[in-house]
Write a protein that binds this ligand. Structure first.
Ligand code: ARG
Length: 289
C-alpha cells in the first residue's frame, strides 16, 4: 500500500512538472510573434513608447550591449552589401548601416568576417547579431529573431552571355552555382534534376560560370548586378521574377528572445530612416554601383 501511494505521488509530481514545462513553453510564444518583421521598412512606425525613449538612452537594456561593444558577424563576399575594401576591412552598405546603428546606441561596433553558413549558429555566442544581406525565412526564424526588414530583394539568375535559358523550365537538369547556405542554394535544390555546386565565395561561382563550368548562378539581385559589371561581356544577370522566384526581405538577425536588443535596433533603424541617413547610404553604396 505504501509503495502504491509512493508511486501515485511520484506520478502526480511528474505530471505537475510536465504541465509546468508546458506552460513555460507557451509563455515564450508571444515573444516570437512580437518580433515579426514588417513588410516594408519605410512604412514601419514607432510606438509612442519607442518615441519617448531614443535609441541611445535604451542602450543599457540588452545584456548583449553591456560591454559597450556590438559584435557583428558578416560574410564580406556579397557586394554591394559587404565586401573587403582596399584596406582589407569589411565594408559596404550593411557595414555602414550597422555602424550607424551602433553610433545611435552609443556602442562600438566590431565586425567579424566569417562564412555565411556559420552566421546563424554563431549568434548569441561568438557574435551578438548578424548583418549579411540575410533574407528573413521561416526556417531561420526557428533559430533567431529578426529586426524590422531594411531592404527588399529577389534572386537573380546569372547566365553566360548568349545563353538560351529564359524560363523556370529551362533550369531543369542544369549545372547551377550558388553560395552555400543561401536562399539561392535553397531554390536551386528544388529544381528538378539540377546539379548544384555550393561555393563559399559567390565570386568563385561566377568565375566558374564565365569559364564554362556552370550553366547559371543563382544569387541576390544587387550582387548579381555587381558581378555582371565585373565580368562584363561574359555574363548577363536576369531578374528571377522571370523564373517565378519570390521577393525576399533583408533584416538583421538577433539572438532568439532578446526583445530588448530587437527594440533598440529597430528604434535606431527608424531614426536613421527618419533623419535621411538610410537613404544616403543607399545612394552611396547601392545606387552608385
Ligand atoms: N539573401 C541571401 C540569404 O539570406 C544571401 C545572403 C548572402 N550574404 C552574404 N553576406 N554572403 O540567404
Amino acid at each position: 500500500m505504501k509503495k502504491l501511494m509512493a508511486a501515485m505521488m511520484a506520478a502526480v509530481l511528474s505530471m505537475s512538472l510536465l504541465t509546468a514545462c508546458g506552460s513555460a513553453a507557451e509563455e515564450t510564444a508571444p515573444a516570437e510573434t512580437a518580433t515579426e518583421t514588417t513588410e516594408e521598412t519605410t512604412t514601419a512606425e514607432l510606438t509612442t513608447e519607442e518615441e519617448a525613449a531614443p535609441a541611445e538612452e535604451a542602450a543599457a537594456e540588452s545584456s548583449a550591449l553591456a560591454d559597450g561593444v556590438l559584435n557583428v558577424g558578416t560574410n564580406a563576399e556579397f557586394p554591394p552589401f559587404e565586401y573587403v575594401n582596399d584596406n582589407g576591412e569589411p565594408d559596404g552598405f550593411d557595414i555602414a548601416l550597422i555602424k550607424a546603428i551602433g553610433e545611435k546606441l552609443g556602442v562600438e561596433v566590431q565586425v567579424d568576417n566569417m562564412e555565411f553558413a556559420s552566421l546563424i549558429s554563431s549568434i548569441g555566442s561568438k557574435i551578438d547579431v548578424s548583418i549579411a544581406g540575410m533574407t528573413v525565412t521561416d526556417e531561420r526564424k526557428e533559430s533567431v529573431d529578426f529586426s524590422n526588414s531594411y531592404y527588399n530583394a529577389v534572386q537573380y539568375v546569372i547566365l553566360p552571355e548568349g545563353s538560351e535559358i529564359a524560363t523556370a523550365d529551362d533550369l531543369k537538369g542544369k549545372a547551377i552555382g550558388v553560395q552555400l547556405g543561401t536562399t539561392g542554394d535553397f531554390i536551386a535544390e528544388e529544381i528538378e534534376d539540377a546539379t548544384t555546386s555550393q561555393y563559399n565565395k559567390a565570386v568563385d561561382a561566377v568565375n566558374d560560370l564565365a569559364n564554362g563550368r556552370l550553366d547559371c548562378v543563382i544569387i541576390d539581385k544587387n550582387p548579381a548586378m555587381v558581378f555582371e559589371a565585373k565580368f562584363e561581356g561574359k555574363v548577363a544577370a536576369v531578374d528571377g521574377a522571370q523564373f517565378g522566384f519570390e521577393p525576399e526581405d533583408y533584416a538583421i538577425a538577433i539572438p532568439k528572445g532578446d526583445t530588448a536588443l530587437a527594440d533598440q535596433i529597430n528604434t535606431a533603424l527608424q531614426e536613421l530612416i527618419d533623419d535621411g541617413t538610410f537613404d544616403s547610404l543607399v545612394s552611396q553604396y547601392i545606387e552608385e554601383n
